[in-house]
Design a protein around this ligand. Structure first.
Ligand code: ADE
Ligand code: ZN
Length: 339
């Protein structure tokens, strides 16, 4: 095998962990039309091809507008189950062994769908993913940052009966103009309930948002964080404290955070000693799941197997898994790289 084919084979056989995945972002156009038919929801696009043609984004907001529109087809617990199981089946085929999944309850409760309907469907699929597909998981409840603190507190209250199914809270949606400090009190309340915290920061927003996520929301990791390179002090802190970044390469290119993959800051982030990981974000919208993200990075940067091992071990360390599972996956990764 030549070197290129060898790395491609390594990418496929590496056990992978996904730490940045919005379950609503796994809604494939075909599935979206099937749910719309099932639930008699009228769509703004006549067919799958015209919908897919609209996936040409200028920035985060142009994507979010379509993404929230798409959620309208999700109505029953069965829909959330089918969506989640389809994602798990796709990534199990890519050798993903563990996934930490975001969901956006407010995009459903605002449409009159009960919180319990959403979480029942998702968690039933996660249980089947673990037993039948061997994919373990954690669930992360995101607050929509374009909404206010009061709405986030109401969502946390709705989550209370289900806290045993939720590992952490997160923060997503339109970043610029909605700094992490807006949610300082609700994150404190969530942490008091025993939940961990993560937050999207430094995707489109400035490095200051990453500082705030760390200092005011007390997050365990930063989602995206790719703009950290604009602030040398922040880079030093992230490296020193071992704060993981869940980087989503195809997402960043599709949302024009970078003009193309060669301009991505991932190599600089790794060189600075920051614990970066590679993830898919909203794979149905951005052109790929885990393997496609790994392959796009490989094509741009030609990483060696050691770098892939580093990225993989970073994901294990950054995950919310117990130490025994971390040890088991670590040794499987080392074995995969050894060939
Ligand atoms: N919601 C879904 N995907 C997102 C992203 N990449 N950034 C912010 N919010 C999101
Ligand atoms: Zn995201």
């Amino acid at each position: 095998m030549n070197k290129k084919a060898e790395i491609e084979a390594l990418i496929q056989r590496l056990p992978k962990l996904e730490l940045h995945l919005h379950i609503e972002g796994t809604l494939e156009p075909e599935q979206l039309f099937a749910f719309a038919r099932r639930n008699q929801v009228a769509l703004a696009y006549p067919d799958v091809d015209s919908l897919r043609a609209a996936y040409d984004f200028n920035n985060l907001q142009s994507f979010l507008d379509l993404y929230y529109q798409g959620t309208a087809v999700l109505q029953t617990a069965q829909d959330f189950f089918d969506l989640t199981l389809a994602y798990l089946e796709r990534v199990a085929a890519q050798n993903v062994v563990h996934t930490e999944i975001f969901f956006d309850p407010q995009s459903h409760t605002a449409r009159g769908i009960a919180f319990g309907t959403v979480i029942d469907g998702i968690t039933r699929a996660l249980a089947e993913g673990e037993t039948r597909l061997g994919v373990s998981s954690r669930l992360i409840m995101c607050f929509l940052r374009h909404l206010d603190e009061k709405d986030a507190f109401a969502t946390l209250a709705q989550a209370e009966p289900y806290l045993d199914r939720i590992a952490a809270v997160g923060l997503d949606s339109s970043e610029v103009g909605h700094p992490p400090c807006k949610f300082e009190r609700v994150f404190a309340a969530a942490r008091e309930h025993g939940l961990l915290a993560v937050a999207h920061a430094g995707e489109e927003g400035p490095p200051e948002y990453i500082w705030e996520a760390l200092d005011r929301l007390k997050v365990s990791r930063i989602d995206h964080g790719v703009r950290c390179v604009e602030d040398a002090k922040l880079v030093a802190r992230l490296a020193e404290e071992g704060v993981p970044l869940t980087v989503c390469p195809l997402s960043n290119v599709r949302l024009k955070v970078f003009p193309d993959m060669r301009h991505h800051t991932l190599p600089r982030i790794l060189e600075a000693g920051i614990k970066a990981t590679v993830n898919s974000d909203d794979p149905a919208y951005f052109g790929g799941y885990m393997n496609e993200n790994f392959e796009a990075v490989q094509q741009a940067f030609g990483f060696d197997p050691e770098t892939w091992l580093t990225l993989s071990l970073n994901a294990v360390e950054a995950s919310f898994l117990e130490p025994e599972a971390k040890a088991r996956i670590t040794s499987a990764m080392r074995q995969a790289v050894a060939g």
